[in-house]
Design a protein around this ligand. Structure first.
Ligand SMILES: *[C@@H]1O[C@H](CO)[C@@H](O)[C@H](O)[C@H]1NC(C)=O
Ligand SMILES: *[C@@H]1O[C@H](CO)[C@@H](O)[C@H](O)[C@H]1NC(C)=O
Length: 251
């Protein structure tokens, strides 16, 4: 109905964030490096990514998550890249925390972070009666661009699962000026999504489209459902096979 469509407005640029998009920044810190990654992180619950179930993940220095192995590429590519890996790129660019910045990751299977995730997903994807039972938060906190430029950029990936569903929230703090890509891509690019503004002049800096924009009316936050395999997903009676977010259905 038109009411449902109104609750899922297309990306809106706000003059100033109404509230911070970031989940708690906590947990294990990744080794400091340029182009490095976390060790293999065993997941406390399997995570389904477009029909494939993963029990491990890597948090890579250059702003992305991968499942089958670490990924060191520092040159952002456009999606679809028809590659050999599943990748969730919150902010794919040449980040370097040898001097400043920390990369944190944490898993939650109970407590207030699960409650927050349950609430957020039910607000953004109404009608699923979703209950989060696992949340993984990776935060690149005040990390510099290569080569140890002293700039400070904060980005965050929040993976959320429960029942048959999985989601990612991409949350953006301050984004220092540079070029990069944000979104997700899968092996052979069966599923992919690029946040509007990637590679444009407004991707980063004070007017960063990621930080000021949103597909869920929370400036700096982008929410995507990412569990679905080849069957696609339906929303408001329409079926899509290449992207599943409320905003996508309005295109
Ligand atoms: C990707 O393409 C290769 C080559 O065609 C194929 O062997 C592989 O199964 C494909 N993977 C997926 C997940 O579709
Ligand atoms: C970049 O942001 C400025 C200020 O908000 C806006 O006037 C301009 O149209 C934007 N440019 C692009 C390419 O989005």
């Amino acid at each position: 109905t038109s009411n449902q469509i109104k609750t899922c407005a297309p990306p809106v640029i706000f003059a100033a964030p109404l509230r911070g998009p970031l989940y708690p920044i906590a947990g294990t810190t990744s080794p400091r490096s340029d182009d490095g990654s976390s060790p293999l992180i065993p997941l406390q619950r399997p995570f389904v990514y477009f029909g494939r179930s993963y029990s491990q993940i890597y948090v890579n220095q250059n702003g992305d998550l991968t499942f089958n192995g670490a990924f060191s590429s520092y040159s952002p590519q456009r999606f679809p890249m028809y590659g050999t890996r599943d990748v969730i790129a919150v902010f794919w660019t040449d980040l370097d925390n040898r001097v400043n910045g920390e990369i944190y990751y944490n898993q939650y299977t109970s407590g207030s972070v699960l409650q927050q995730a349950t609430q957020d997903i039910n607000r953004y994807f109404p009608g699923l009666n979703f209950n989060a039972n696992w949340v993984f938060v990776a935060t690149w906190y005040e990390v510099a661009y290569y080569p140890t430029t002293g700039t400070r950029t904060t980005i965050q990936a929040v993976l959320i699962s429960g029942g048959q569903y999985s989601f990612v929230l991409m949350n953006y703090g301050i984004i220092a000026l540079t070029t990069h890509n944000a979104g997700y891509d899968t092996e052979n690019s069966t599923h992919h999504f690029t946040i509007p503004g990637s590679f444009s002049n407004n991707a980063t800096g004070s007017y960063s489209a990621f930080r000021l924009g949103s597909n869920v009316n929370v400036p700096g936050r982008w929410a995507f459902r990412i569990d679905l395999g080849s069957r696609g997903c339906t929303f408001n009676g329409k079926t899509r096979t290449i992207g599943c977010s409320p905003w996508y259905f309005l295109q």
